[in-house]
Unconditional design. Structure first.
Length: 242
């Protein structure tokens, strides 16, 4: 199922699944040529029409607008193996220099006839390249109703055409397959110095007044929801004679 989103994000209902996804960036005024640093935010919520636990989400694919730019040159990296057994604060302390994003994740977990809610802060670490492509590690740790650590490597493939980057997130089973993600939000951005210059992990330009993000959500029962969210930007206009 394909859903197009606009200023208020994308809201889709199909079968028993209700998905709402949205995102944005700041600042909204950007150069038409060249790139300026931005902070990117995105979130999605998954609900069930029939009960407290939705069908489990298995994979998320996110495509980013051609007017976005990723710069990790000189930024420290953190491998998934380094944080695979660590709590949130331990991981952040160990790989402080590699943090490029933070957020929060929630899940519904069933045990017998009861449903519990698990949650954790999320950290995105700049990771060693995967297959020559830049990458991040998504890290989280639930503590209730049971402990589970997530350290998910996510390659970020550069692509030609309408969307410049693609991130593929393969989600492992939550608490033995008894859990389903219900919410994820992320704030991505990092400014750092390298080679005597100030760099920004994410930056953007505004060539056509719109920055678009496309997502594809694949669920454990085979349901696929695909759509995009467009956010308007304002190009910086040069003064006459400049």
């Amino acid at each position: 199922m394909l859903a197009a989103g606009g200023a208020n994000g994308a809201l889709v209902e199909t079968g028993d699944i209700v998905l709402h996804a949205d995102g944005g960036f700041e600042p909204r005024t950007l150069p038409r040529r060249g790139y300026a640093p931005i902070e990117f935010q995105g979130h999605f919520d998954v609900d069930s029409k029939s009960g407290p636990r939705p069908i489990a989400l298995a994979q998320v694919v996110v495509d980013f607008d051609r007017d976005g730019h990723l710069d990790a040159a000189g930024l420290p990296t953190c491998a998934a193996e380094a944080v695979a057994n660590l709590g949130v604060q331990e991981a952040r302390e160990l790989c402080r220099g590699a943090i490029v994003g933070t957020g929060h994740i929630e899940a519904a977990v069933t045990a017998g006839s009861q449903t519990f809610h698990a949650s954790s802060p999320v950290t995105l670490f700049n990771a060693p390249p995967i297959g020559g492509a830049p990458a991040v590690v998504l890290h989280a740790r639930t503590s209730a109703p049971a402990i589970q650590v997530f350290a998910i490597p996510i390659p970020i493939e550069r692509r030609p055409g309408r969307f410049r980057y693609r991130a593929v997130v393969d989600l492992p089973p939550i608490l033995g397959g008894n859990g389903s993600i219900t919410h994820l939000d992320l704030q991505i951005g990092r400014r750092f110095r390298f080679g005597g210059r100030l760099h920004s992990y994410v930056s953007a330009r505004c060539t056509d007044s719109v920055l678009e993000t496309r997502g594809r959500f694949t669920f454990a029962d085979g349901t696929v929801i695909e759509g995009s969210v467009e956010k308007f930007c304002r190009p910086i206009l040069r003064r006459p004679g400049r």
